[in-house]
Design a protein around this ligand. Structure first.
Ligand code: FAD
Length: 510
């Protein structure tokens, strides 16, 4: 019996049970396809990264002796569509069994389910063996609950997997050191030189150019910087443990004009294409911490572990619990277009200029740039969530819908009305000033509200709260802000609203 096994571009997990032994009756299929490059406009570095990692994976399969079929984007026999490519191979190779790993994206899951129904041969679906949780675990965990608070799930994960636990209690006495994760970075402690992978990708780039794929963003480096194979992913993880973990928690929320990555791990791309599993990352970090407990504080480690076993697994579970309706929701009825400067970084607002330029140059931004700068601004300007989703899904190398959508549509844009975030993540200029040095050289003044040089976030903030009263005023976590708004002098509010509306209508002047 000849078996065809599909590997999607984000299923590059060489530790998967599929690869335990070599079998000449099994042929693996990997396709670079226009259906994947064209469903949204991706950052050029993201497309390069995916194709480069897929080609690396194919050579790993080859060295191990596995049979495989690889379609490059430029190959003549590539139909550029998943079902058609599979159908062709099944016919040509006389395949009698088709197998695939559960896709993480709803779109591909449905496509493969539909395809499987058309087959007259045996068809099997297996898990990806990448996550701690199964797709449906979150749905079960929150069954009967009105709120889906991440912290409850996170604590359960800690207990279930015995991570940072001491005799049934959280190690160090606290579940969460979030409050100590909010230091402003003021040029020290020194940030070690980043580890760059100088992956030579000219053949990939030439194929992308020949194909005429539309991309966004910049790419001047000639190499691809993030890990594209397991060896590099492990090296990046080792580097993070040895160099960055010691300050990770403290500066997790910090923002700085001169720094793109600060103490962040830059592991998301490697993790999301499954070069390395969540468990592998967590175990390595815990092992390292155990050997260095005298120099590394638990708050740094807990801060990181929370992101991986908490937020990452939570987002995936919520995605599967809420899709497909989730994607269509627009609870705040936001309708505006995304400012043109999201594609150029050409704005006088220093915080947005830096965050957008980082994203355009590196296909990367850390989570506070994504949440409290670009996301905050898009929400305050009442941008349609679909436009915001498309930008986030395209621009980041690590953006795959299962993780991008709950973070953007839910957490950042509150478009689901509060299933993921308990309140909208919005702020005025003072938060940005507190967490960064962006305001120091900015054209605008974070202390001013309505003057020509007043920070736009200030008027936008109060205008947003006033415009969204109906949806937000009864939210318990917004109570304090509405009580300030309700006491505000009518003329003052009217001046704030006038300026906010001018900003919204003329975003590219600001
Ligand atoms: P670190 O700060 O070093 O964190 C370590 C790891 O924790 C990350 O690699 C990631 O795997 C995980 N992690 C941290 N926060 C989250 C989170 N909120 N959700 C899921 N995993 C998390 N992450 C993506 O992987 N893809 C996305 O498309 C994506 N879109 C986002 C959109 C918005 C609006 C926001 C606010 C966050 C988004 N995130 C996304 C989460 C987070 O910003 C990135 O995971 C992180 O910036 C990646 O950089 P890093 O590897 O250096 O992360």
């Amino acid at each position: 019996m000849k078996t065809l096994r599909l590997l999607l571009g984000d299923q590059l997990n060489i530790k998967h049970p599929w690869f335990k032994s070599v079998d000449d009756d099994i042929v693996y299929a990997i396709f670079e396809m226009r259906q994947e490059t064209d469903y949204v406009t991706h950052h050029i570095q993201k497309v390069i990264g995916f194709f480069a990692a897929m080609r690396e994976f194919a050579s790993t399969l080859e060295s191990a002796g596995h049979q495989f079929i690889y379609y490059k984007i430029t190959d003549k026999n590539n139909t550029q569509k998943l079902p058609e490519n599979l159908q062709k191979i099944i016919r040509e190779k006389d395949i009698s069994c088709f197998e695939y790993q559960l896709p993480d994206e709803y779109r591909l899951d449905r496509q493969l389910q539909k395809f499987a129904i058309t087959l007259s041969i045996e068809c099997n679906v297996v898990d990806t063996s990448h996550f701690y949780t199964k797709r449906e675990d979150l749905q079960t965990f929150y069954k009967g609950k009105k709120q889906f608070v991440m912290e409850n799930f996170y604590r359960d994960m800690r207990k279930k997997h015995d991570i940072l636990m001491a005799y049934g209690n959280p190690e160090g006495g606290k579940w969460n050191y979030d409050k100590s994760n909010r230091k402003k970075w003021k040029n020290e402690p020194e940030i070690p030189t980043y580890k760059y992978f100088k992956n030579e990708v000219s053949a990939v780039v030439s194929d992308i150019e020949k194909s005429g794929i539309k991309t966004m963003g910049n790419w001047n480096l000639k190499t691809f910087n993030y890990p594209i194979n397991r060896k590099q992913a492990l090296e990046q993880l080792k580097y993070f443990c040895e160099q960055l973990l010691i300050h990770f928690g403290d500066y997790q929320d910090a923002l700085h004009t001169d720094e793109v990555y600060l103490f962040h791990s830059r592991l998301s791309f490697a993790m999301n294409i499954k070069l390395i599993s969540a468990r592998n990352v967590v175990d390595t970090i815990l092992n390292y911490y155990r050997k260095h407990e005298d120099s590394i504080d638990i708050s740094q480690v807990e801060g990181f572990i929370r992101q991986v076993i908490g937020w990452r697994e939570y987002m995936r579970g919520m995605y599967w619990a809420l899709m497909p309706d989730f994607k269509e929701q627009n609870y705040l009825n936001n309708r505006n277009s995304l400012a043109d400067f999201f594609w150029t970084g050409n704005t006088k607002m220093a915080c947005l200029k830096h965050s957008i330029s980082n994203s355009l140059d590196n296909a990367y931004a850390h989570h506070i740039q994504r949440l409290m700068i670009t996301g905050n601004y898009a929400l305050l300007t009442q941008t349609h969530p679909d436009a915001v989703d498309a930008w986030y899904l395209g621009i980041y190398a690590d953006a795959i819908e299962w993780v991008q959508l709950p973070n953007t549509h839910g957490m950042s844009q509150f478009a689901d009305g509060g299933n993921i975030a308990t309140k909208p993540y919005v702020s005025s200029g003072s938060y940005i000033q507190k967490m960064s040095n962006y305001c120091d050289g900015c054209h605008y003044n974070y202390k001013k509200k309505t003057e020509a040089d007043a920070c736009p976030f200030n008027s936008l903030y109060w205008n947003f709260l006033d415009d969204k009263r109906e949806q937000l005023e009864s939210n318990f976590r917004m109570k304090m802000m509405y009580s300030i708004l309700n006491k505000m002098d009518a003329d003052k509010l009217s001046a704030l609203k006038k300026r906010a509306n001018h900003i919204i209508e003329n975003q590219d002047e600001y």
